[in-house]
Design a binder for this molecule. Structure first.
Ligand SMILES: [Zn+2]
Length: 212
């Protein structure tokens, strides 16, 4: 069984997740820690839970989701993994971060890229890749079938959806991704998004004003 620890970090209130199972191995998803207090909070959790980070994953590469990539690399030697279509998104950050008043520590680039389908593994667990472009050009979500949850990034939120006004965004594509690739998951599937509270596929099918 996979356990999920959620942190909410940085001025964008981005959700960073740590997934771990009965082994001590864990996955760090979308590390957004920004200042020393957030970095300390994160390290304290990993240490006190006795976890061993083995994988660093990014759903997509907007600044708020990768602010802690360098910190994770420095501490645990992990380079990020994401779909190759997000590389230009990552590489564009130094160009816009100063205008947003953000200090950005350059993220390492991947040695391993994730495909549009397949799985990633840690401990005794694995996650299925769900390709969901629209908010960004090559956004991935990560689904656990046995535990029935989705790490959703900025695709589907509680009663909302990801914005599509940033470079590479496409509203029609986002709606298509949600309807064709997320809404085929079970209604009870819990969604842990990149911002805000968790929800379920069934609740959003019924209530989400952008999708009903
Ligand atoms: Zn985003």
């Amino acid at each position: 069984m996979i356990n999920i620890k959620k942190f909410t970090f940085n001025p964008y209130q981005e959700n960073t997740y740590v997934l771990f199972d009965e082994t001590v191995e864990c996955v760090i998803l979308d590390p957004g820690m920004y200042d020393a207090a957030e970095q300390n909070e994160f390290v304290s959790f990993i240490k006190s839970a006795g976890l061993k980070p083995v994988l660093l994953l990014n759903t997509h590469c907007h600044i708020d989701h990768v602010l802690g990539n360098k910190f994770v690399f420095d501490n645990w030697g992990l380079k990020p993994q994401f779909n190759k279509g997000e590389l230009p998104v990552l590489q564009s950050i130094p160009g816009y971060a100063p205008a947003m008043g953000m200090h950005y520590e350059l993220s390492p680039e991947p040695e391993v890229y994730l495909e549009e389908s397949g799985t990633v593994s840690f401990g005794k667990s694995s996650l299925t890749l769900v390709f969901a472009p629209g908010h960004s050009p090559a956004h991935l979500c990560f689904y656990s079938e046995p535990d029935n949850f989705l790490i959703g990034g900025d695709v589907l939120f509680y009663n909302s959806i990801g914005r599509t006004d940033l470079p590479g965004g496409n509203h029609a594509q986002l709606i298509k991704s949600i309807k064709e690739n997320l809404f085929i998951l079970p209604d009870e599937c819990k969604v842990f998004p990149g911002h805000g509270q968790s929800t379920t596929i069934g609740f959003e099918k019924k209530n989400n004003p952008f999708l009903t």
